[in-house]
Write a protein that binds this ligand. Structure first.
Ligand SMILES: [Ca+2]
Ligand SMILES: [Ca+2]
Length: 340
């Protein structure tokens, strides 16, 4: 017990100071402004990631500015699935855009889960090919934001990022894409590749390798990379069994198999959920190790490799210790009921 003749005065001062610190810290922790770029079609970790992002928005940690989809899917229902999930969380009117010229990266098979979500839950999104273009949404959203305020979270092919990078002035902004990124984006977080190097190309890089080459070479701001090996170690999905039948993310994990069984039963790697967590909370030191002072290089086959290079602005993450803590955090956020 602290004892001193001046204890009451000291105690009062301590109390006032700690309250002031709390107020200052609280007001400093503004929600992180996020544009989420997802291939909502093949793997249901994109649905889980959008659940995590909405849960973080419910907690005041994130502000979802827009969601854009990449890798045009034959089911034509990626935007509908996104809108279903956002609507479930009480955000039915978020701007959405889709990639129209993704022919080179078209999927062979339609999504196992987006038509089910589209047909089972409320939403008002059109078919993907009738939605606003992802590039238009990117440019309009960025132009409307304060300088150096936006975090881009990319969990699919890098096609939209390449389109943004190489875009020119439009009705939203007189700036080029390069200038718009320099002015508005403070951080880009990408799930893609594998580090320190891939033994075989990772999907997000491989399926639009030309876009990946452009982004790693030309992107004007810092990029935080999360390789395949991170999400592969974090298995989630069964946490959703306890959630409501009204939960479309639960249905996505029910419909999308992993190793021949519903992901809802057996769980699956949590690549995209981990990337959302990184984008919103940053690489928290108790969860992550960060490798910096280098850059990612990739080739036309989609292989990635880390190279030491002090001039570059890339970093990549490794899980600190075991994946247990990340698995718990992601599972809890993914299964948390909406707060609306
Ligand atoms: Ca809507
Ligand atoms: Ca994805």
């Amino acid at each position: 017990m602290f004892r001193s003749p001046c204890f009451p005065a000291f105690s009062l001062l301590l109390c006032v100071c700690s309250q002031a610190w709390f107020v200052q810290f609280s007001s400093a922790a503004e929600p992180v402004k996020i544009i989420f770029d997802t291939d909502m079609a093949g793997d249901c970790d994109d649905a889980g990631a959008l659940a995590v992002l909405n849960a973080l928005a419910d907690r005041g940690e994130a502000e979802i500015l827009a969601v854009v989809t990449n890798r045009k899917d034959p089911a034509n229902a990626s935007a509908a699935a996104v809108d279903v999930i956002n609507t479930y969380y009480g955000r039915p009117d978020l701007p959405l855009g889709t990639d129209k010229d993704g022919a080179k990266i078209n999927r062979a098979r339609p999504s196992a889960f987006t038509p089910g979500l589209r047909d089972s839950f409320p939403h008002d999104a059109a078919a993907d090919d009738m939605m606003p273009d992802a590039l238009t949404v990117y440019r309009k959203t960025l132009a409307a934001q304060p300088d150096h305020s936006v975090v881009i979270c990319s969990v699919g092919a890098l096609s939209n990022l390449e389109d943004l990078l190489h875009s020119t002035a439009d009705e939203s902004s007189p700036l080029s894409g390069l200038e718009l990124i320099q002015q508005k984006v403070k951080q880009t977080v990408i799930m893609g590749g594998g580090f320190p190097r891939t033994e075989r190309p990772e999907t997000n890089i491989k399926l639009d390798a030309a876009a990946a080459v452009a982004v790693v070479r030309e992107w004007p701001g810092p990029i935080l990379w999360q390789g395949f090996e991170v999400g592969a170690a974090i298995i989630t999905g069964p946490e959703l069994q306890a959630t409501s039948e009204e939960n479309p993310v639960r249905m996505a994990f029910q419909l999308r198999p992993y190793n021949g069984k519903p992901s809802l039963e057996v769980g699956k790697p949590s690549h995209d959920q981990a990337t959302v967590l990184l984008a919103v909370r940053g690489p928290q030191p108790h969860l992550w190790e960060v490798v910096d002072k280098g850059r990612v290089v990739t080739n036309s086959d989609g292989d990635t490799e880390w190279r030491t290079d002090r001039a570059q602005q890339h970093r990549y993450v490794k899980i600190k210790g075991t994946p247990a803590a990340l698995t718990k955090i992601i599972g809890d956020l993914m299964a948390a009921p909406p707060r609306h």
